[in-house]
Design a protein around this ligand. Structure first.
Ligand SMILES: [Zn+2]
Ligand SMILES: [Zn+2]
Length: 276
């Protein structure tokens, strides 16, 4: 499978000179599976440039959109996702059970609130629930997809993509150590045997004590998870919107020092590709 990061930031898009290298767009991943299916995880602002690239490459197509949860930073880009505005495209939505309802509501809450000029029912693209792809576990061709609940306000799900012996885990907006609804050990079990773990690391270890209950983790907790689950590669993700590129460099250097040779640590950047 081939993964491309289109949005790496948490909370709110932060374009500008301080976020050029790690990126200012919010969560969006593109995943090409072994059999060629196109999967998109989350519709943060990074899905807008992805949609443009998809429509430039082909006049029509089929996509799977897996949504982790409905916080704004994970769905706001869908309003400007070009395939939804083109009649040749079909977008099948799965993941968090309320995903389709949540996407519909950002277009059209039926209360004449004036948030957006286009109504959901007028979208030329086909956007619909993905039949048979229900959590906690489903298959997309040869790829087995499993989900894990998040420790996060209003809930959500993380994903594991397994192709034979190869597995990639993506867990964002998750507070490790919050123990509700899942314990640290539950996440260790979910990640075990994966080659790559991408995890929420919005905070520095010294910041997270004052932010309990906010639903995010620090890099120290994510590194501990990678170690205990014996995952050899960790990718830091959902960067704090206030973190500049320079501060991200320092955070990454510190995490790499702490990891030693045991775990290879990277920080997600827009445009970064991982092939497994
Ligand atoms: Zn988020
Ligand atoms: Zn969230």
């Amino acid at each position: 499978m081939k993964l491309t990061f289109w949005g790496t930031r948490g909370s709110i898009p932060v374009p500008g000179p301080d976020t050029v290298r790690y990126g200012g767009n919010t969560t969006c991943l593109e995943l090409e599976l072994a059999e060629g299916q196109k999967v998109i995880v989350d519709a943060g602002s990074g899905i807008r440039p992805l949609g443009r690239a998809l429509c430039r490459a082909a006049p029509e197509g089929e996509l799977f959109l897996l949504v982790t949860h409905l916080h704004w930073d994970h769905i706001l880009g869908f309003l400007f996702f070009e395939p939804a505005f083109k009649p040749g495209w079909r977008i099948q939505v799965a993941g968090w059970p309320l995903a389709l309802k949540g996407l519909r509501n950002i277009f059209d809450s039926r209360r004449s609130d004036g948030h957006f000029p286009v109504m959901w029912d007028d979208l030329p693209g086909r956007v619909e629930a993905a039949a048979g792809l229900e959590a906690p576990r489903f298959r997309l061709g040869q790829t087995e997809v499993s989900t894990v609940p998040l420790n996060h306000p209003q809930g959500g799900v993380g994903f594991r993509f397994q192709e034979g012996d190869t597995a990639l885990v993506f867990i964002t907006d998750n507070e490790l150590g919050a123990d509700s609804p899942r314990s640290f050990q539950d996440y260790v079990r979910f990640c075990r045997g994966a080659q790559v773990l991408i995890h929420d690391t919005q905070y520095l270890p010294q910041e997270s004590a004052g932010r309990r209950g906010w639903g995010h983790s620090d890099w120290g907790q994510a590194l501990e998870l990678a170690r205990r689950a014996e995952v050899p590669r960790l990718v830091l993700f959902h960067h704090d919107p206030a973190r500049t590129d320079q501060e991200m460099d320092l955070l990454l250097a510190e995490a790499r020092r702490a990891a030693g040779r045991e775990v290879v640590v990277d920080a997600a950047q827009e445009g970064m590709v991982i092939e497994l």
